[in-house]
Design a protein around this ligand. Structure first.
Ligand SMILES: [Zn+2]
Ligand SMILES: [Zn+2]
Length: 153
């Protein structure tokens, strides 16, 4: 079976984000770019994150911070809630430093010379409870307590 894409698109990796990360193809929509950026977090590809960010050069310190965050997180799931031409609202689930996190953001994108770039995003700080008897956030079909909950400290 083909390896499923990290962005949970239900497509194969080689038909979804892989050609984008390898710069064999450019994203045709803001949502495709957003998904590929999530995949870049999963793979720790900070270079891709930087080149797809609009008008901002990261300092060494920022790069290191993002690299650490990407590398030391367990990326569990991506839910794209809605997308328009230049915005994508999503929830990303990950475990960092032994704690469960959910990042809910509405990101803005801009097309510059035919390339979609990430501009910024509005982050929603909603508190979520992760219920042990509910289906796991990673989409495994297992109960949370039998799945990702075990990776928490
Ligand atoms: Zn993908
Ligand atoms: Zn899980």
């Amino acid at each position: 079976m083909d390896k499923p894409c990290y962005c949970k698109s239900n497509k194969a990796f080689f038909q979804c984000c892989e050609p984008l990360l390898r710069v064999l193809k450019v994203p045709s929509t803001a949502e495709e770019l957003m998904r590929s950026r999530y995949t870049a977090y999963c793979l720790g590809d900070v270079y891709y994150l930087q080149v797809t960010t609009h008008d901002h050069t990261w300092s060494d310190q920022e790069l290191k911070f993002i690299q650490d965050w990407a590398d030391n997180s367990i990326w569990q799931h991506l839910d794209v809630l809605q997308s328009s031409e230049d915005t994508v609202e999503f929830k990303a689930y990950y475990i960092f430093e032994g704690k469960q996190h959910m990042h809910h953001e509405k990101s803005r994108f801009i097309k510059v010379n035919d390339l979609w770039k990430y501009v910024d995003g509005e982050v929603y700080e909603n508190k979520v409870k992760f219920m042990r008897n509910e289906p796991c956030v990673c989409g495994s079909g297992e109960k949370y307590k039998r799945c990702c909950f075990k990776k928490l400290q």
